[in-house]
Design a protein around this ligand. Sequence first.
Ligand code: NAP
Length: 262
Amino acid sequence: MDIHIVGLGNLGSAFLKGLKDLRANTDIYLYEDSKDVRQTIQENYSLTSKESLNVITEGVLILCIKPQNINDFFDTYKDKIARDVLICSPIAGLEIKTIEKYLENNVLRIMPNLLIGEKNGFIPFTSNYEGDYLNFIHNILKNLGTVKKVDESMFAIVTALSGSGPAWFYELSNQLVNAGTELGLSLKDSELIIKELVKALPLLIHEDETFKDLVNKVKSPGGTTEAGLNSLNDASFDTIILEAIQKATQRSTEISKELNNE
Ligand SMILES: NC(=O)c1ccc[n+]([C@@H]2O[C@H](COP(=O)([O-])OP(=O)(O)OC[C@H]3O[C@@H](n4cnc5c(N)ncnc54)[C@H](OP(=O)(O)O)[C@@H]3O)[C@@H](O)[C@H]2O)c1
């Protein structure tokens, strides 16, 4: 299968990292605007990226460019993309109906996160066709993480929770490091403590336990954890998180409207 990746920034390079040594029989073609990024890809993967697309006759086109670049992209390249090519879009906010204004192709909308580079992503998807066209989901995507069909109306919230998800945990970790330094630890020690913690946590997460269960395992009545959790509750931690996810969800919906010229 031919796989064309357009845009090799954060997500495009995560795709490349995850895909490059799959056993599946794939030929990967890369396209990237930025000369510096093309050079980095050459150095890291010994693969050459082109600046622009030629005619694409078959396979899958994975669009890893920013939402603001997508309308220009379709205006420039829509006549070079054959009808049989599967369009795979992880672009935040870009609805299938917007792509259908340019192309009649099968479209698979996904919202992965950067963990696909480690073959450990979560990949919600929806499509404008039945079944598994080109077996792309089964043969390719399933190798990069857990796939799950999701109604397109849920994509904004899924984007906020999962697509942006790593950032919530990085920011929480960042604030824990700051708290450590504020209270007297060196930055190096504080970073080390939180990094080791975050790296080890997945070992304790099991399918049959909720996060609430896990919290209860750490705290004991009158103990240190409970004191901290009470302070979080007093400061409306739940509301702070809810509002952040609401803002991210709203932004995704706004981007959809902007891209669809609504
Ligand atoms: N990053 C994530 O965690 C994540 C997660 C889920 C979904 N996404 C989606 O993935 C998309 C890419 O995000 P990103 O964070 O990877 O962005 P990024 O780091 O800015 O990468 C995009 C790259 O595409 C290049 N580019 C733009 N137009 C191009 C064109 N016509 N042909 C070839 N290359 C082109 C850009 O080059 P220039 O800078 O020179 O324009 C840039 O290097 C976004 O739509 C985002 O919503 C990202």
